[in-house]
Design a protein around this ligand. Structure first.
Ligand code: GLC
Length: 733
């Protein structure tokens, strides 16, 4: 009896479970495939709910579908930290007391590490912070190519080379999205300047578009599997980039197979028809018709709101057009806030600070170091004079949408005091550029020349001078919505540096910047470090590099021209940059950055990929595994690398490739592989780099195809674009 009874009971339970399970709608059933859940949810939504879910309900959220229990989607800036909570309806800060985050280094610093593994850790840490702050989309990374040193937002991006940006952006996206938070690849595409960004029309060739400006986006979509892409403000060939027939419809979705959500930049949507027909899935941040942009009705007046709904009712657009968008929004929802398996994130953890510091340390670039001024070992000097507003200025605030409210920001001055002891560090501001967070009183000192006299006076008796200058996050410096007006350092820094050098030749310069700057004093100054906006652990990382606790290993993610006109974007006059406020023509075409300097034989002050360390490396002769390759082959190069200096360190070995007799103009050489190699003192390692022959292709705009010519190719092993170590010729059949 007992056995039969048990069996019967079990059968009953199973039946019951079947009945119960049958009650759970498919869209809520985690065991079901996401695509099935999408289709099921779609059938349950009214037309009004479909239109509601594809546009904003507030500054940074969309409404979801309340009656189906599909939650709101919440987003936050930015690429290097989770922005403080913003007001519901305007750009004001919500003044919460629980949203002070970790500031990670800006993305130029991440690119300067040339370390994709670190990029994954960075993305994961940022994803954990975003997840903890209950954000479903983090509005980064930006991968617009660095075309001009005047672009206000270059600090948010990954440099001038599409291959470097592609290699660094993929792991970042994977790290973020591992937390069930969507990354957002921005700004798609050709947003390479802030000057007139909201209306400028970009004209650029198909070849430059495909070979320079799109590759990092393509890698982010096809390898990174990014879940959202943000349309750019500018126009391209007369059409708004955010809903663009070629960019967002044909290339991004049809050619690349992007299955996520295209969201607008805040105010980059301009037209219902184009938004409906050319690939925009989610409209954010639009003002209405210019009457008001905070009135309650604003969101219903969006181009993809009532105006769209009325045309759907009237049959001007089929329901398929909105279903296509809603599918993507639902897919994003099931990947993020309706994915019960996603982790819970974490905030301001020791691990996050460690990653911020490690990225900072690995991104700092040592550009010059005569008489081994660096490292300054603790105890070497009695009196270290620290000069410069950037030694104390908060650089996590400002800069536009990537602004942060941090739990901690160690200034360079604080970092140096921690390492060398207060008694050995004297500080004077040297120049002023507006109120600072740490020393509000310094802003009262009005005349910068009184600051300069003070600094010069103190330099007389200092054992060594450390100058902290560069740019900052002020308007028309490294900041969104405006470009720099000059290539020179601002606030009288050049004069101050010259005066300091006259008084004390033992001076090390640390520039904090997201851009190249003019360096008229470079032949005099013995030592120079290019630091970046390093975030919460700025001072710690800088002090560790300056004191030799860490050996610098950063490399330039962009070229530093001697003068602005040596840069390709500035060679062809105003129409080529910044344009005439209506159009901007990228006349340098595919010759961006080192491609320009190599091909036009205009030597930069410092080359792309350049950076010194506290040790020395020797490259052995490079060999390839074959002499002749066919299209589906992968070229393997091998060479030995030896650390012949006194300390351990890391070298970024780079492989560039040039074609012998191209049918169409090609740059003299292009980066096709790199690796950061760590070597102990005296250690030798065999380095192997791989280049699929397919990666040697150029975009032939005559047939709109990528082509690899049968030709001879020259491979260059290099320590930077300006330091070739050895070369090998190979044939491709
Ligand atoms: C800004 C920026 C974009 C940012 C968005 C939301 O205008 O262009 O990068 O994510 O608006 O703040």
């Amino acid at each position: 009896m007992k056995k039969e009874f048990k069996f019967f009971l079990m059968l009953l339970m199973l039946l019951l479970c079947e009945v119960v399970c049958a009650q759970i709608p498919i869209y809520l059933d985690e065991t079901k495939d996401i695509e099935d859940r999408v289709e099921d949810a779609l059938t349950r939504m009214t037309l009004e709910e479909k239109v509601a879910i594809i546009h904003a309900q507030s500054k940074f959220s969309t409404p979801g579908c309340p009656h189906l229990g599909i939650p709101e989607l919440w987003m936050s800036d930015g690429p290097h930290g989770v922005r403080m909570e913003i007001q519901w309806d305007n750009w004001g800060h919500a003044q919460w007391t629980n949203d002070s985050c970790v500031a990670f280094p800006a993305l130029t610093c991440l690119a300067a590490t040339f370390n994709p593994n670190l990029s994954y850790e960075y993305g994961n840490a940022l994803g954990e912070e975003a997840r903890f702050r209950k954000k479903d989309v983090i509005l980064g990374p930006g991968v617009n190519i660095y075309r001009t040193p005047l672009n206000g937002r270059n600090f948010e991006y990954m440099g001038e080379d599409p291959y470097l940006a592609s290699q660094m952006v993929v792991p970042y996206i994977q790290g973020v999205q591992k937390n069930g938070v969507a990354a957002c690849l921005k700004h798609f595409a050709l947003n390479n300047q802030e000057y007139c960004r909201k209306e400028i029309n970009v004209e650029v060739s198909d070849r430059a578009l495909r070979e320079i400006y799109l590759p990092a986006f393509k890698a982010g979509v096809q390898e990174g599997k990014v879940w959202t892409v943000m349309g750019a403000y500018n126009k391209f060939r007369g059409q708004w980039a955010t809903h663009h027939e070629l960019l967002t419809k044909q290339i991004l979705k049809e050619e690349w197979g992007f299955d996520g959500v295209v969201l607008s930049d805040w105010g980059s949507t301009h037209d219902t028809h184009d938004a409906v027909m050319y690939g925009l899935d989610m409209e954010m941040g639009t003002r209405t018709d210019g009457l008001h942009y905070t009135e309650k009705m604003a969101y219903d007046k969006y181009y993809l709101a009532k105006p769209y709904l009325e045309k759907l009712y009237g049959g001007e657009y089929s329901e398929d057009t909105v279903d296509e968008k809603v599918r993507r929004v639902l897919r994003l929802t099931f990947r993020t806030n309706m994915n019960r398996k996603r982790p819970y994130g974490s905030f301001c953890t020791k691990e996050h600070y460690d990653i911020a510091r490690r990225v900072a340390e690995e991104g700092i670039v040592l550009l010059k170091n005569e008489n081994d001024l660096f490292p300054i070992l603790p105890g070497k000097y009695e009196k270290i004079l620290v000069v410069g507003n950037n030694a104390v200025r908060s650089l996590t605030v400002g800069g536009g949408s990537s602004e942060l409210k941090v739990e901690k920001e160690i200034s360079p001055l604080e970092g140096l005091r921690n390492v060398y002891g207060e008694e050995h560090i004297i500080f004077t501001e040297g120049y002023t550029s507006g109120p600072s967070k740490w020393h509000p009183h310094v802003a009262e000192i009005s005349k910068s020349d009184s600051l300069r006299q003070q600094a010069v006076e103190l330099a007389k008796s200092a054992d060594v001078v450390l100058f902290f200058g560069g740019l900052n996050k002020n308007h028309k410096q490294d900041s969104e919505s405006a470009d720099r007006m000059s290539y020179n350092l601002p606030y009288g820094q050049d004069e101050l540096l010259n005066d300091l050098y006259e008084i004390n030749k033992n001076i090390g310069v640390v520039l904090i910047s997201g851009n190249a700057v003019a360096m008229p004093w470079i032949d005099k100054i013995p030592a120079l470090i290019l630091s970046w906006y390093l975030g919460s652990e700025a001072g710690t990382a800088m002090a560790n590099i300056i004191s030799g606790k860490q050996n610098p290993s950063g490399r330039l993610p962009f070229s530093i021209p001697k003068k602005l006109e040596d840069n390709g974007a500035h060679f062809y006059g105003k129409l080529s940059y910044p344009g005439d406020s209506v159009n901007v023509l990228y006349k340098e075409d595919i010759l961006v950055g080192y491609r320009w300097h190599d091909t036009k034989k205009i030597a930069p002050l410092f080359s792309f990929g350049y950076g010194l360390t506290y040790t020395k490396f020797e490259y052995g002769k490079m060999h390839t595994d074959k002499e002749t390759y066919v299209k589906d082959d992968t070229i393997k190069v091998v060479f030995e690398l030896k650390n012949v200096g006194d300390v351990s360190g890391a070298e970024v070995v780079q492989l560039y490739v040039g074609q012998r007799r191209p049918q169409l103009e090609r740059p003299q050489k292009e980066l096709k592989a790199f690796r950061k190699v760590y070597l102990a003192q005296g250690e030798t390692k065999k380095v192997e780099l791989f280049v699929p022959v397919k990666e040697l292709a150029y975009f032939d705009d005559r047939i709109q195809e990528w082509v690899v010519d049968s030709d001879q190719f020259i491979l260059y092993s290099a320590a930077s674009a300006g330091e070739i170590k050895s070369s090998v010729k190979v044939n491709v059949k």
